[in-house]
Write a protein that binds this ligand. Sequence first.
Ligand SMILES: [Zn+2]
Length: 84
Amino acid sequence: MKQTILDAVKDYFSPVSNLFKAKSAKPKDANEAMFIQIRDNGCLDCGSHDFLEGPTASIAMNIKCANCGSKYNIAPMMQFAERI
Ligand SMILES: [Zn+2]
């Protein structure tokens, strides 16, 4: 079942589920895996941690690698990232 944005927001604000989240080492999907990789290792293409902030919509924002120009849409609250 696909998680909606509302579910993710509820999830984020629930301390109990955050406890479980902290114990879970395995990302729940490819978007979360991508978010964690960008957060920990920087740009997927060049490893740069220097990002330019683009347009922001509610909980999501567009970022662009300052080094190689790769673009991502991320939602830190949901630990979500995708290429754009
Ligand atoms: Zn880059």
